[in-house]
Design a protein around this ligand. Structure first.
Ligand code: ADP
Ligand code: ASP
Ligand code: MG
Length: 418
């Protein structure tokens, strides 16, 4: 008998019929004799609908109330899933984040989990019932409802799996595993049977929303094996696990694990700021104070006048309104002449542990993009990834060119191994 965490995303619980299917799947595992803890997301589209309603009351609604509102999506599916299980003759009880006591910090809309009390979940499973937990939500020290950032039910699932020492955390979604790139963008995408935490972490942080970044961080820290699979078929999915579970030959064969893209960023350029010590410290200090996370940064010499420079950076679209407000406040203090905003950009990235031992990967990426006539607006690199910012209209073209150019297409791989 094992202890299994099963998480179902928005599409998987998208309507009553699908919730019945989810319950059937969970009931099967329970009847096989395993202890089951289920984590559910809100129905597909529901969180967007709720947040849009909040925005009817202002451009930057109070984040505490946004969380109180957004958390209701998961409350509905948790109760419905418990009811569906009961209808199938399986004892089940739902719990909300604050009832479990998933304690988080108070950074509303992107709270981080601090601790999980396993008492109530364990109580439910000990009584032989399936425990259904509402994903995405927690509670802070002061008793306020918090949410864990978009896609946060993955993080709820992995963190709960770590807290109750589950044997596996299964993430059920609308694709049957992690692919070399988004299968909804490139038909040539190939399923990856096993991937390391490090590579998955990069892919997730660079836009592969199949797993939320934080969930992979927690899995890596606590050694929780993740199995990404489809809610709609019994196909073998993708196992996300540690590098030491891979053979040397496995590692050497893989240069690039995958291509990711992120359309969720916006680019801001402060033009004509003073080129002197302390300027960027002031700008980015002010952004940090307002909890705006900055991703790519470039500072270049302005062509206009001596002693002046442009500073460009990217933030998530969700933070754009706040970032603009901060810059409009701090800009005049550093002599800013103007602020340019472009939210029609995409960050396209390649990821792979193999980059550590292969030279020339970045150069090859730039050549492949140049061959398609794509202009690169910003670049960032790490040991195992290269990211390029470009106009959003190039997303599909860039992803496909890189996927083919780095030999990831399903057909190419078959030919190579034939
Ligand atoms: P859920 O609602 O189940 O949490 P998400 O929409 O958050 O599902 O994540 C699944 C989606 O992630 C897929 O439909 C797919 O479009 C997207 N995706 C992006 N990159 C990848 C990738 N490399 N492999 C698989 N899916 C990916
Ligand atoms: N419902 C939340 C969202 O749409 C959390 C999740 O689905 O993981 O972001
Ligand atoms: Mg998701």
């Amino acid at each position: 008998m094992s202890l299994v965490v099963m998480k179902f995303g928005g599409t998987s619980v998208g309507n009553v019929e699908r919730i019945r299917n989810v319950a059937q799947r969970c009931a099967r595992v329970r009847r096989e004799g395993h202890d089951v803890v289920v984590i559910v997301s809100a129905m597909a589209g529901e969180t967007n609908r709720l947040l849009a309603r909040a925005h009817e009351f202002g451009e930057i609604p109070d984040p505490r109330e946004m969380d109180a509102l957004a958390a209701t999506g998961e409350q509905v599916t948790a109760a419905l899933t418990a009811l569906a299980l009961q209808q199938q003759g399986v004892a089940a009880r739902s719990l909300l984040g604050h009832q479990v006591r998933i304690l988080t910090d108070d950074a509303f809309t992107k709270a981080r989990i601090r601790a999980i009390d396993d008492t109530r979940i364990t109580e439910v499973t000990r009584q032989g019932a399936v425990c259904v937990v509402a994903g995405f939500q927690g509670v802070d020290d002061a008793g306020n409802i918090t949410t864990l950032g978009r896609g946060g039910s993955d993080t709820s699932a992995v963190a709960i799996a770590a807290a109750i020492d589950a044997d596996v955390c299964e993430i059920y979604t609308d694709v049957d595993g992690v692919y070399t790139t988004d299968p909804n963008v490139s038909p040539a995408a190939r399923k990856i049977p096993r991937i390391t935490y490090e590579e998955m972490l990069e892919l997730a942080s660079l836009g592969a929303k199949v797993l939320q970044i934080r969930s992979v961080e927690i899995a890596m820290k606590y050694g929780v094996p993740i199995h990404v699979r489809s809610s709609f078929s019994d196909a073998e999915g993708t196992i996300v696990t540690s590098e030491d579970k891979f053979s040397r030959a496995d590692m050497e064969a893989m240069t690039i694990a995958g291509v990711a893209y992120d359309k969720n960023e916006a680019k801001l350029t402060l033009t004509g700021v003073e080129d002197m010590p302390g300027v960027v410290a002031k700008v980015f200090g002010a952004l940090a104070e307002k909890h705006v996370s900055v991703d790519m940064i470039i500072q270049n010499v302005a062509t206009g006048g001596a002693g002046l420079t442009d500073v460009t950076f990217t933030v998530t679209k969700a933070d754009l309104a706040r970032a603009k407000a901060v810059i409009n406040d701090v800009g005049p203090k550093v002599g800013m002449k103007g602020l340019l905003v472009d939210d029609q950009v995409v960050k396209v990235s390649i990821v792979g542990l193999g980059m550590r031992s292969h030279a020339g990967i970045a150069a090859k990426m730039f050549q492949l993009l140049a061959a398609e006539g794509i202009n690169i607006q910003a670049i960032s690199t790490s040991e195992i990834k290269v990211s390029c910012l470009m106009a959003a209209k190039y997303t599909e073209l860039a992803v496909r060119a890189l996927h083919t150019g780095f030999g990831l297409d399903a057909a190419t791989v078959k030919e190579e191994s034939a």
